[in-house]
Write a protein that binds this ligand. Structure first.
Ligand SMILES: Cc1cc2nc3c(=O)[nH]c(=O)nc-3n(C[C@H](O)[C@H](O)[C@H](O)COP(=O)(O)OP(=O)(O)OC[C@H]3O[C@@H](n4cnc5c(N)ncnc54)[C@H](O)[C@@H]3O)c2cc1C
Length: 458
């Protein structure tokens, strides 16, 4: 009898065995054994992934990093085991007056999972995705070796470089610009090239003050105009969007959302102190943009920020619960386009969703990065199938606008078929060659990111 492994997507896979090494040597020996016995290995973090990456597709071993729990904080750097939860890194950094900038909404994810998916989130608007904050990685490879790769160490085998989309975030396919560093290649490789055991992460000094707010708007057009105007605000680190259906979901838990609100923007701005003009400037901005100024929420304390973070985080949870209650799997998009194409992509979403799924979708997320998540709220199998067909059309639209088919979640198993929309057959071969170089028998994370290698019968 196998062990069922699932993640937040609702996808389920079965492993013959769960292995949980407690040292780099043990991890390496297990991978060597798997390679020799041709046993598929699927790396597992906390299972908050939304595309089935940690769910085995062909039996084998589920490889857990739960025993890699080192957590040491110094000035400017954290040394973190892959199994440490993001929220523990955040809390430990905070105690020393520092912070870890990437902020994927789900803090119960592991650092290993964040690195594998090149996770990003609301603060990526200012700080970029995980990759930018990794200084070194210790990785166990399928040949049974363990190596620490430091910044600046270039990949030492020949490969054909790939174009990188002009989006601010991307985690679709391997990161292969000319002269790529090992650290950058492993980040975002979705558990298919090696097992991350430990990382050195950059920490930043906490800003002196942070002003945060939830700004409500009476209509969507005003909201989107505000987004374009507010992107340039100095030290703005968060610019998140909630559409009218998203607010409707949240009203079930928050009865103080103004009745006339049809959209909202969540903002955080870092400041050198609160004694300046920042508050007055925000009041002016609200006025100029036609926001519901009086009814909007603003705060300056960590408790306010946490309250607004929970407000934002509650939404995907409510959406996930709703879909599960109807016995359906989650259908959520993760496309991002170049900033100047944001309006066109949103217009596509609204026109097609309004026509095909009236009352059965939400749009929310990282609009500062031209990266929102569309959730199709399936109530029947027919909805789910129609939703999948729509996702494919939307993926094509994103690519046509110069965007990516996955900005932050990775492709996992659910979105593996999107990758050839972005890359030519030759470019796909380039990625497959990289995969073969790191994992010749195609055992690691099988069917995640790339479909199997027919020459190996997988
Ligand atoms: C409510 C909610 C909100 C979310 N919001 C965001 C968001 O804002 N931004 C964002 O980026 N993501 C978000 N996510 C998705 C998810 O939290 C991230 O993808 C996260 O990085 C997954 O980490 P995990 O530890 O749960 O990994 P898992 O789900 O266990 O695994 C994810 C992938 O990483 C691989 N992997 C895990 N550990 C390792 C390792 N040590 N070495 C190599 N490969 C490994 C797995 O094989 C798999 O392919 C959200 C999820 C939920 C449920």
């Amino acid at each position: 009898m196998g062990v069922v492994i699932e993640d937040a997507s609702g996808i389920r896979g079965e492993a013959e065995r769960v292995v949980a090494p407690s040292s780099p040597e043990e991890a390496a020996a297990l991978l060597r054994e798997a390679d020799e016995t041709r046993t598929p290995v699927t790396v597992s973090g906390a299972g908050t992934g939304v595309v089935g990456g940690r769910c085995p597709s062909s039996g084998g071993w589920s490889f857990s990093l739960e025993k890699f729990q080192r957590l040491e904080i110094e000035t400017g750097v954290a040394r973190v085991g892959a199994g440490v939860l993001l929220r523990d890194v955040m809390a430990a950094a905070q105690k020393t007056g520092q912070f870890y900038a990437p902020d994927p909404t789900e803090w119960s994810s592991t650092i290993g999972g964040n690195i594998a998916t090149n996770a990003s989130g609301s603060r990526s608007f200012r700080y970029g995705a995980t990759r930018r904050h990794v200084r070194a990685l210790t990785v166990a490879r399928m040949d049974g070796t363990v190596r620490t790769y430091r910044r600046g160490e270039l990949v030492d085998f020949p490969y054909t470089p790939l174009p990188v989309p002009r989006t601010t975030k991307n985690t679709a396919g391997y990161f292969l610009p000319p002269g790529v560093e090992w650290v950058d290649l492993f980040c975002g490789s979705d558990g298919t090239l090696g097992v991350v055991l430990e990382a050195e992460l950059l920490l930043l000094p906490q800003p002196k003050a942070i002003l945060s707010g939830v700004v409500f708007f009476p209509d969507d057009e005003l909201t989107l105009a505000a987004v374009e105007g507010w992107r340039a605000i100095a030290q703005l680190r968060m610019l998140e969007y909630l559409d009218a259906p998203s607010l409707e979901f949240l009203r079930a838990r928050y009865n103080d959302i103004p009745r006339e609100a049809q959209a909202a923007l969540l903002v955080e701005q870092e400041l050198d102190g609160l004694e300046g003009d920042a508050v007055d400037e925000w009041l002016e901005r609200l006025d100029e943009t036609g926001a519901l100024g009086e009814a909007s929420w603003f705060g300056e304390t960590a408790a306010d920020r946490e309250r607004f973070r929970l407000f934002r985080h509650t939404l995907p949870e409510l959406v996930n619960d709703h879909v599960r209650k109807n016995g359906c799997e989650k259908l959520s998009s993760d496309f991002a386009v170049p900033l100047e194409r944001n309006g066109e992509m949103l217009a596509f979403y609204k026109e097609t969703l309004g026509r095909l799924f009236p009352g059965k979708y939400t749009i929310f997320g990282h609009i500062g990065d031209a990266h929102v998540h569309v959730n199709v709220l399936s109530e029947t199998v027919q909805d789910f199938e129609a939703g999948k067909a729509w996702m494919l059309e939307a993926a094509k639209q994103s690519v046509a606008l110069g965007g990516t088919v996955s900005a932050e979640h990775g492709l996992g198993k659910r979105k593996v078929h999107f990758l050839p929309l972005m890359y030519t057959a030759e470019q796909m071969d380039s990625m497959k060659n990289v995969k073969r170089n790191c994992d010749p028998h195609w055992l690691l994370g099988r069917d995640t990111m790339l479909v199997g290698d027919s020459s190996l019968g997988v």
